[in-house]
Design a protein around this ligand. Structure first.
Ligand SMILES: C[S@@+](CC[C@H](N)C(=O)[O-])C[C@H]1O[C@@H](n2cnc3c(N)ncnc32)[C@H](O)[C@@H]1O
Length: 360
């Protein structure tokens, strides 16, 4: 039995079933044993997980081009790019290299700040970014607050969909929501119904006509961690843009009818794993971002929604402007053209990934 499984079992032995959000938090982020903490976890086609960053440097270069356009319009002598969830620092490296080469004046008045709660990941990032030692700063977790003002860009790629979620199920007889917790049996961890451990505003405001027809056990998620992160980022942003690129949906009706069992899923080496509770710490766990909720969180803090579009549209627009500005590397390099195809093609990363941009 792994040390992480033992740790979770010990918690359940003391307090009974634990909320799934806590299980997911431990499985992904428990110091030393969580999935994202493991030294051996590698990113890329042959690695444990795969993001737009793994496709090649083009993703970071396109973002750098877009950031430069935004930053040039942001008032202030000193500007910041804040990246949250930088993992091994590869995306930061691609962005910084492009800015240093193509926008040296902007680069000179820029601070690149990284926000990541893990000391271990910070060490990986410092190694990757050694050549940019003077331009990069690491922020303490919780730094994003109204006292810390950012002029520039705050962004995250695939952070919100890796934040812990509470799974809530509908009890049609009692007409109330319960929470899916995690308990244990001889065969391992099992799903256990428990009372709702958290307020869920999005569910409390659902129309009664919808609840009338909701089938028994209909399951959905809420992510207070993702909401709180977005609120704190919106509060910190004094001038500029707040951006996330993530896998998710915009659930107009408040719930996603296409996902009656919710959207939490697990992967190991890119393969779908049917048992979310198995192999804690060795498989990735993720859930769709509810962009409607995230958008509303930002708007309630006073930031304006500028765009909610597919990654395909977002990156295609940037690539066109990049080429129009005279940077022909995209059409001249077959490698870059292939990278662009992978990033924007609907069968790859283009359609499922969405981009939300808000501004202050
Ligand atoms: C799916 S990975 C995304 C990695 C990277 N952004 C990329 O695109 O390849 C999610 C990352 O979020 C980070 N993370 C988790 N919780 C965080 C938080 N509260 N603040 C900042 N980063 C966090 C971890 O570093 C983890 O590596």
């Amino acid at each position: 039995m792994s040390a992480l499984v033992e740790k979770i079992k010990a918690e359940i032995a003391v307090q009974g079933a634990i909320p799934f959000a806590h299980f997911m938090d431990l499985a992904l982020y428990c110091p030393e044993y969580g999935f994202y903490e493991r030294e051996s976890v590698t990113v890329g086609r042959s690695g444990d997980f795969y993001t737009s960053v793994s496709v090649g440097s083009l993703f970071g270069e396109l973002l750098a081009f877009q950031f430069a356009e935004w930053l040039e319009k942001t008032p202030g002598d000193q500007l910041q790019i804040v990246e949250a969830g930088a993992h091994d620092g590869k995306l930061a490296l691609d962005v910084l290299k492009w800015l240093k080469k193509f926008r040296p004046e902007l680069f000179a008045r820029l601070n690149y700040c990284i926000l990541d709660p893990s000391a271990r990941r910070r060490a990986w990032q410092q190694k990757t970014l050694a050549e940019f030692d003077d331009s990069v700063r690491w922020l303490q977790c919780g730094s994003l607050n109204p006292k810390f003002s950012v002029r520039g860009v705050i962004f995250a790629n695939e952070l919100l969909d890796a934040m812990p979620v509470h799974r809530l199920g509908w009890d049609s007889k009692k007409r109330e929501w319960f929470e899916w917790g995690v308990g244990m049996a001889a065969e391992g961890f099992i799903w256990a119904k428990m009372p709702k451990s958290i307020g869920a505003t999005k569910l409390d405001s659902l129309p009664s006509e919808l609840l009338e027809v909701l089938p028994e056990g209909f399951t959905t998620e809420i992510s207070p961690a993702a909401e709180a992160w977005w609120v704190s980022a919106a509060r910190s942003l004094k001038a500029g843009k707040l951006l996330t690129l993530d896998y998710g949906t915009h659930n107009e009706a408040g719930l996603s009818p296409n996902h009656p069992h919710g959207t939490v899923r697990a992967y190991s080496r890119h393969k779908f794993c049917p048992d979310i509770l198995a192999n804690a710490g060795e498989q990735d766990i993720t859930a769709n971002v509810d962009f409607k909720v995230i958008q509303q969180c930002g708007e309630a803090e006073g930031v304006r929604t500028e765009a909610f579009i597919s990654q395909s549209q977002f990156l295609t627009d940037i690539a066109s402007r990049m080429m129009a500005s005279g940077n022909q590397s995209l059409v001249e390099s077959p490698k870059k053209s292939r990278e662009l195809q992978t990033l924007i093609h609907p069968e790859h990363l283009g359609r499922a990934f969405r981009v939300l941009v808000q501004s202050s």
